[in-house]
Design a binder for this molecule. Structure first.
Ligand SMILES: C[S@@+](CC[C@H](N)C(=O)[O-])C[C@H]1O[C@@H](n2cnc3c(N)ncnc32)[C@H](O)[C@@H]1O
Ligand code: SF4
Ligand code: SF4
Length: 468
C-alpha cells in the first residue's frame, strides 16, 4: 500500500468537497458512506475519484458516485442528485480507529480536497507551543497578566501528547505566545500526520527567519494565519505594540514568493483581523489583502472577557472595555454584512474563528452576549476536543474559563477517563453549565454563569479561558 507523501499535497486546496457521514469496520471490510462535490471548481463537479487514507497509507479509491443524495441536492442548488457514495474497502487491521480514516477528493483538474467528517470521527487538538512572546499587544492576556506562563514546550511534553497528535484531525499549535519563539515545536510538527489539518497563528515578525521551517512542514501545516488587526500603521502600532506592519507584510509576501516558486499551494497564507470598535471600518482593506494571498481571511470578534476590563491596560493606549464589539454591535453587524458581500464579489472566503463562529446579530441579550445562543447540550467540544496550555491547564476548549485539572500535577491528559472531565461532560450533555464553562463567551454559554458550587472558581467569572 502506498504511503501518503508530501508530493500528494502539492495540488492540495482548502475548500468544501463533501462529507463522510459513515464509517464502519467489520471483519476486514471498511464501509464508507457520504457524498462528494468539488464546490470550489467551476462548474460544480463530482470528483474523478476519492483517495481513501487510513493512518499514513492509501488503502483504496472510490470512483462510483451513483447513490442519490436528495438531502444534499436540496441543500445546495446546482448539485447533482447522484453525488453519494457507499463503498466497501477490503483491508486488514487489528484495532480499527475511525479517527484515522480520511478521504481526499481529486477533481477533474487534479486538485485535491479533503472531505469533512461527521464530528464523531474527528478530534481537535489545541496545543500551546510556547508562552513567550516578542510583542505586547494591548488586548492579549500575555501582555495584560504579569507573570503569564513563559514556558516553552519540551520534548517530554511532546512525548506526553504524542497519541493526541497521532489521532488528531485538526491541530492548532496555538496559545498565548508566539509560535516562532518555540524552540521545540518543529519536533511536534515532525510527529504530526500529513493527513491532519494544522493551523498556526503568528504575529509574523519572525517569519522571514523561518521560511524553511514553514515550507518544510507544509503539509501538515495548511494554514499560516498572520494576526494583523489593522492595515493602518498608526492603529497597528497601538494594537500590536512592538510589531512593524510593513515588516510583517513583507514577510508574508516573501513566504508566498518562495512557496509559489516551489510550485506548492501550502501553507495558505491567511490574514487575521480581530474585530474591535477601533478597526471595523477596515474590512474591505483586509479583503483586498486576502485576495493578494490565497483569498482566505480569518475574522474573530475581540473576546468578551470581563476580566480584561479594569486591567491596568484600561488607562493605556487601548482600553479593552471600550473595544468590545457589543458596544457597537448594530454598526458592526451592518459593516460585516457589507463586508461579506464585498468578499463574495472578490472571491474571498471569510473564515470565522473564536468563540463566536458566525456574524453577530447586532443586539445584545440579557447576558450582554452578542452572538446567536444555542443550548449547551449541543456543544460538541467535550466529546471531540482538547486544549492544553503549558502551565498545566487542560480544557475541552479554549473558551472554558477555568481548567478541568492540571495535567502536569495529575500526570494525565486523558479527558475520556479523568473524573472531573467525565462529570463536566455529563453536565454539558444534560444541559447544565459546569463551573469550568461559567461565563464563557462561546455560543453555548453566552456569558451565562454556572450555578455549580465550586470554591476554586470563587465568585469571579472570567471569559475566554484566561484565568491566570
Ligand atoms: C494569542 S495569539 C498567539 C499567536 C501569535 N502570537 C499571534 O499573535 O497570532 C492567537 C490569536 O489570538 C488573538 N487574540 C489575542 N488576544 C485576543 C482577544 N482579546 N480577543 C480575540 N482574539 C485575541 C490574536 O490576535 C491571535 O490571532
Ligand atoms: S503577538 Fe500574539 S501572543 Fe504576543 S502579545 Fe500579541 S496576540 Fe499575544
Ligand atoms: S466553554 Fe462553551 S464551547 Fe467550551 S466546552 Fe464549555 S460550552 Fe463547550
Amino acid at each position: 500500500m502506498k504511503i501518503l507523501s508530501k508530493d500528494f499535497f502539492s495540488r492540495f486546496r482548502l475548500g468544501d468537497a463533501g462529507f463522510l457521514d459513515n464509517i464502519r469496520y467489520e471483519n476486514g471490510v471498511l464501509l464508507l458512506g457520504g457524498w462528494s462535490v468539488c464546490k470550489n471548481e467551476e462548474p460544480y463537479q463530482r470528483p474523478q475519484k476519492i483517495h481513501v487514507v487510513y493512518g499514513d497509507r492509501f488503502i483504496g479509491e472510490i470512483t462510483n458516485f451513483a447513490a442519490d443524495r436528495p438531502d444534499v441536492a436540496k441543500a445546495f442548488a446546482g448539485f447533482p442528485l447522484e453525488c453519494g457514495f457507499s463503498e466497501k474497502i477490503y483491508f486488514a487491521c487489528e484495532e480499527f480507529e475511525p479517527l484515522l480514516t480520511e478521504l481526499f477528493a481529486e477533481s477533474g483538474n487534479g486538485n485535491i480536497y479533503q472531505l469533512h467528517k461527521d464530528q464523531k470521527y474527528t478530534f481537535l487538538f489545541q496545543l500551546e507551543p510556547t508562552g513567550k512572546c516578542n510583542l505586547r499587544c494591548a488586548q492579549c492576556p500575555n501582555t495584560v497578566y504579569s507573570g503569564f506562563n513563559n514556558r516553552d514546550i519540551s520534548e517530554e511534553d511532546i512525548d506526553a501528547v504524542s497519541d493526541m497528535i497521532r489521532k488528531s484531525s485538526t491541530i492548532c499549535y496555538d496559545g498565548f505566545g508566539e509560535f516562532f519563539l518555540s524552540r521545540n515545536i518543529h519536533k511536534a510538527l515532525e510527529k504530526t500526520p500529513l493527513r491532519s489539518h494544522v493551523i498556526v497563528h503568528t504575529n509574523g515578525m519572525l517569519l522571514d527567519k523561518n521560511y524553511d521551517l514553514v515550507l518544510n512542514n507544509a503539509p501538515p501545516l495548511r494554514q499560516l494565519i498572520v494576526s494583523l488587526d489593522s492595515l493602518r500603521e498608526d492603529r497597528y502600532g497601538v494594537i500590536r505594540e512592538g510589531g512593524s506592519l510593513w515588516h510583517v507584510l513583507a514577510n508574508m509576501r516573501g513566504l508566498k514568493k518562495r512557496r509559489d516558486r516551489l510550485g506548492r499551494t501550502l501553507p495558505y497564507i491567511v490574514p487575521n483581523m480581530k474585530i474591535m470598535n477601533l478597526n471595523f471600518d477596515e474590512f474591505e482593506d483586509f479583503i483586498d489583502l486576502a485576495a493578494e494571498f490565497d483569498s482566505y481571511l480569518e475574522l474573530v470578534y475581540l473576546y468578551d472577557a470581563r476580566k480584561m476590563s479594569g486591567s491596568p491596560e484600561e488607562d493605556g493606549l487601548l482600553a479593552y472595555e471600550k473595544q468590545q464589539p457589543r458596544f457597537h454591535s448594530r454598526q458592526i453587524a451592518t459593516a460585516v454584512e457589507r463586508a461579506m458581500e464585498y468578499a463574495r464579489g472578490k472571491g474571498v472566503c471569510i473564515v470565522w474563528s473564536g468563540a463566536c463562529p458566525e456574524p453577530i446579530r447586532g443586539t445584545k441579550d440579557e447576558n450582554d452576549y452578542i452572538g446567536t445562543r444555542r443550548p449547551i447540550y449541543e456543544c460538541p467540544m467535550a466529546d471531540c476536543s482538547t486544549a492544553m496550555q503549558l502551565d498545566g491547564k487542560i480544557m475541552f476548549c479554549v473558551w472554558q474559563t477555568s481548567p478541568l485539572f492540571n495535567w502536569r500535577v495529575e500526570e494525565t491528559t486523558d479527558l475520556q477517563r479523568h473524573p472531573r472531565a467525565v462529570r463536566a461532560r455529563a453536565m454539558i450533555k444534560k444541559g447544565i453549565i459546569p463551573h469550568e464553562c461559567s461565563g464563557a463567551c462561546c455560543q453555548f454559554v453566552g456569558r451565562e454563569i454556572s450555578l455549580e458550587n465550586n470554591n476554586s472558581c470563587g465568585n469571579e467569572v472570567y471569559s475566554g479561558g484566561w484565568q491566570a
